[in-house]
Design a protein around this ligand. Structure first.
Ligand code: BG6
Ligand code: MG
Length: 226
């Protein structure tokens, strides 16, 4: 029996646009102020992880001293919001619009599901708000990725069963969440790092839409998920 892929769920940061870099720059400033070593490799573990959890990881049991935990969270966000001021529709990664339009043409339902509490603003600045049937941000669920809650909520709001949804993600936390939700996953980024995803592309401009859908349907048909 053949199943259709009908629900398309997109992470935001590092998938639709390069805001992962802005998160990195903001955390780097905080780390420097606290004199905590921080580099791009450490930042990999921050992808898909909530602001609160990122700070807990960064502090690694250290006492934040005179600057309280809440103040540091607010400071990180103010640095981040300084960087995102430069976002325009040109900041969308190449190929994203094309994939969104192809999904629409085929009658697919589309959601964005991000842990970021700045999702609404970023999506609006990118000029793609009306491309999504459902927008879920860091306020939408209590338990964030790698828990499957947000993707399951997206599937419910799209009215597409989890087994017919595919998640586009750049983070390991997000790919794990997709798997735990019983969904297909497409990694966007390095093949080496994202090898737990069902398919991996360096970027959306590498995606041949019909070929990708064909491969996903094959996985649905022959794997236990059917
Ligand atoms: C995720 C990013 O999308 O959002 C994380 O991958 C980030 O790096 C998280 O920490 C929370 O974002 P915000 O905007 O609420 O601080
Ligand atoms: Mg991401």
């Amino acid at each position: 029996m053949k199943r259709k892929v009908e629900g398309f769920i997109f992470d935001l940061d590092g998938v639709l646009t390069d805001t992962s870099e802005f998160h990195y720059l903001a955390w780097k400033r905080i780390a420097e102020e606290l004199k905590i070593p921080f580099d791009r490799e450490k930042n990999e573990n921050f992808k898909g992880v909530s602001r609160h959890e990122c700070l807990r990881i960064l502090l690694g049991g250290r006492n934040p001293g005179s600057s309280s935990f809440e103040k540091l969270l607010a400071l990180k966000n103010s640095y981040y919001r300084g960087y995102i001021k430069r976002i325009t529709p040109e900041s969308l990664f190449p190929g994203v619009l094309n994939v969104l339009d192809r999904i629409r043409e085929k009658g697919g339902r589309i959601a964005v599901a991000s842990v970021s509490k700045n999702t609404d603003e970023v999506i609006t600045m990118l000029g793609v708000r009306d491309k999504f049937d459902v927008i879920l941000d860091g306020y939408s669920v209590k338990r964030t990725k790698p828990e499957p809650d947000q993707f399951l909520l997206a599937s419910k709001m799209l009215s597409v069963v989890p087994g017919c949804c595919v998640v586009f993600e750049d983070s390991l936390a997000g790919i794990e969440a997709a798997e735990r939700a019983g969904m297909l996953s497409v990694g966007i980024g390095s093949r080496e790092r994202l090898n737990s995803a069902d398919l991996v592309f360096n970027g959306f401009d590498e995606i041949e839409f019909n070929i990708m859908i064909g491969k996903l349907v094959e996985i649905l048909t022959y794997e236990h998920r059917l």
